[in-house]
Design a protein around this ligand. Structure first.
Ligand SMILES: Cc1ncc(COP(=O)(O)O)c(C=O)c1O
Length: 356
């Protein structure tokens, strides 16, 4: 067969990372359970590579426009990328980035490893000013859970003028709604646990870059840290990735309908939505107690952390002591799933109505 010309993300998601179209080849890449391989090849040992990882990496790499490395979790990917910078270097990070990323940076700073500079990532001028003398600019857009949006292209240009790496955590948008490498980023990071795998049954991380030197460094560090995923996890994530386009499209369509209806609800003081994707944040007018009541009153919506699964989940973010104090205490982050939107609305509005 002639070389396949990748056409659209939907086709890449479905057709990428498969064995060749040859008699008796399985359609799906098998789960390769191996800690070691017969010597003399490219893999050699289980920490260096696995064909099940490669199948997932081929698809995500193609979707993001670079070469992908999969990790044991999103945080394993985050830590490996943060470790790129030299001792004492400055890292710029959104003040409302995922709390795990902020905590990781704070921990590294406390141990003298880095200097952290938190910014409002939606204030482009302030971010550009902070890029001066930075070694790495970390962008998360939309942010978790504040849902602020960054101007990736403008920030990347300023960061590169300062010689800084630009990293984008693309977990919320997915490569279907935002392609950071095309906008000038050097590295994309994912919690593949979320939309990419999409079924709340696997922990996985990923890094994508089009820079071969960075790829080699990150791959080497992944092997040394042993921050590697299991073969079954990557197989499950690839199975999820096959339907990414359908799930994102449906979650986004559901989210847009819910956002429109929620605007007028008297129990809410604010509805935040960046205009795309499946994550919405609502702020309960009566604050913490009302938010805690809401998440316990629904039947379809599940009170759970994490996001990006087929099922709708929500939680009050400040229930976590580590969440930023600038996030409203009554903010509930909603991960809109792919259920019937009328069922989602009825369940939600019934619970909200009891609070007014
Ligand atoms: C935006 C973002 N980045 C990174 C992570 C960390 O990923 P993981 O939980 O897979 O380690 C998360 C987890 O919630 C996240 O929301």
């Amino acid at each position: 067969m002639s070389e396949r010309a990748p056409i659209t993300p939907a086709t890449i998601a479905v057709t990428g990372g498969r064995p060749p179209h040859e008699p008796d080849q399985p359609l799906n890449a098998p789960i390769t359970m191996a800690s070691t391989y017969v010597a003399g090849g490219d893999l050699e040992y289980g920490r260096y590579g696995n064909p099940s990882w490669t199948a997932f990496e081929d698809v995500l790499g193609e979707l993001e426009g670079g070469r992908c490395l999969t990790f044991a979790s999103g945080m394993a990917a985050v830590m490996t990328v943060l470790d790129l910078v030299a001792q004492g270097a400055k890292v710029v990070l959104p003040r409302h980035a995922y709390q795990g990323s902020i905590m990781a940076l704070a921990d590294l700073e406390a141990r003298g490893r880095l200097h952290a500079h938190l910014v409002d990532i939606s204030d482009t001028a302030a971010v550009i000013a902070a890029c001066d003398d930075a070694a790495l600019v970390w962008i998360e857009t939309p942010t978790n859970p504040a849902l602020e949006v960054a101007d990736i292209a403008a920030i990347a240009e300023a960061a590169h003028e300062s010689g800084a790496y630009v990293v984008v955590d693309n977990t919320f948008a997915t490569p279907l709604l935002q392609q950071p490498l095309a906008l000038g980023a050097d590295i994309v990071v994912h919690s593949a646990t979320k939309y990419l795998a999409g079924h709340s049954d696997v922990l996985l991380g990923a890094v994508v870059t089009a820079d071969d030197e960075l790829y080699d460094v990150l791959k080497g560090r992944r092997s040394l840290a042993g921050a590697v995923p299991g073969a079954f996890e990557t197989w499950l994530a690839l199975r999820g990735l096959r339907t990414l386009h359908l799930r994102v499209e449906r979650a986004q369509a559901n989210a847009r309908i819910l956002v429109e209806r929620l605007q007028e609800h008297p129990a809410l003081s604010e509805v935040r939505y960046p205009g795309f994707g499946g994550i919405v944040a609502i702020v309960l007018a009566e604050g913490e107690l009302a938010a805690d009541l809401l998440v316990r009153k629904t039947h379809v919506w599940v009170h759970a952390t994490s996001l990006g699964g087929v099922e709708s989940t929500f939680e009050r973010r400040r229930r976590w002591k580590t969440e930023a104090a600038t996030i409203p205490v009554g903010l509930v982050r909603m991960s809109v799933g792919i259920e019937d939107v009328e069922d989602l609305w009825t369940d939600l509005v019934t619970a909200l109505d009891t609070l007014t």
